[in-house]
Design a protein around this ligand. Sequence first.
Ligand SMILES: NC(=O)C1=CN([C@@H]2O[C@H](COP(=O)(O)OP(=O)(O)OC[C@H]3O[C@@H](n4cnc5c(N)ncnc54)[C@H](OP(=O)(O)O)[C@@H]3O)[C@@H](O)[C@H]2O)C=CC1
Ligand SMILES: O=C(O)[C@@H]1CCC=N1
Length: 259
Amino acid sequence: MKALLIGCGKMGGALLGRWVKSPEWSFTVVDPMAQDLPDDVRLFRDREELGSELFDLVIVAVKPQLIDAVLPGYEQYLGATGCVGSIAAGCSVARLQSALGDVSVIRIMPNLPASIGQGVSGLFAGPKCTPAQRSGVESLMQQAGTTVWVDEEDALDRVTAVAGSGPGYVFEIARTYIEAAEALGFTTAQARALVLDTMAGAVEMARRSDESVETLRNSVTSKNGTTQAGLDALNGDGTLTELMRRTTRAAYDRAVELR
Ligand SMILES: NC(=O)C1=CN([C@@H]2O[C@H](COP(=O)(O)OP(=O)(O)OC[C@H]3O[C@@H](n4cnc5c(N)ncnc54)[C@H](OP(=O)(O)O)[C@@H]3O)[C@@H](O)[C@H]2O)C=CC1
Ligand SMILES: O=C(O)[C@@H]1CCC=N1
């Protein structure tokens, strides 16, 4: 099976690094600037260099704003039973089909921890997709972490707001938490170890537990203790709850604008 990756930047490159572990697939990249690709991946700087080759899967991994300029013409590289997979945020099946014609499209919303096989990806199959196309894309995405199919396209934009952009929120929360630890007197190295290991340990404990995260939070919180004092400052008046709602809503609204 042959896959063509259009755009090999941060997200396309992260996925490619996992996909190359699938022995049944071979990979070709078109990207004007990409460097340091995995072994056995062919790189072309320009689409014209592809000649008359056909692919089973064409993956779109350029910025959504470039879709209309870059994609037209790529339909000629799609085999008869081939399908297009797009990771472009927001960009709808209808918009991809207006650039490429009446092709089969699966929209994929991965996130960056895919680079270490710990991503989570939302998947949405357009109306023309066959079960074989769905399972081919699903097994590739499983190399990058877990997968969740959604059966309406709007849900994929909501996946984007929660999980696609999610690592950005987590890194920003970690960054401010580390700054707060530094302000209490720790060195940057100490603060980074204390914060990242606390976050990783707490998240892993929640993943392995059947308890709700609320119950787990309560098991850290002694009456009138230190955690209670911290939590009162963090979300005593519901500001953090409201902020998380505004955060995911803003990302979803932006995905809708990119449709
Ligand atoms: N980053 C993330 O965490 C996630 C990103 N996505 C989606 O992935 C897509 C890519 O995002 P990201 O990887 O962050 O962006 P990047 O800018 O890192 O990657 C895009 C790549 O496409 C290349 N490119 C530009 N023009 C062309 C062209 N004409 N033909 C082929 N390649 C081209 C760029 O090259 P150059 O740099 O030279 O312009 C770059 O290497 C977006 O649609 C985004 O919505 C989805 C989920 C998560
Ligand atoms: O910020 C973005 O638009 C992309 C999509 C999800 C994560 N990064």
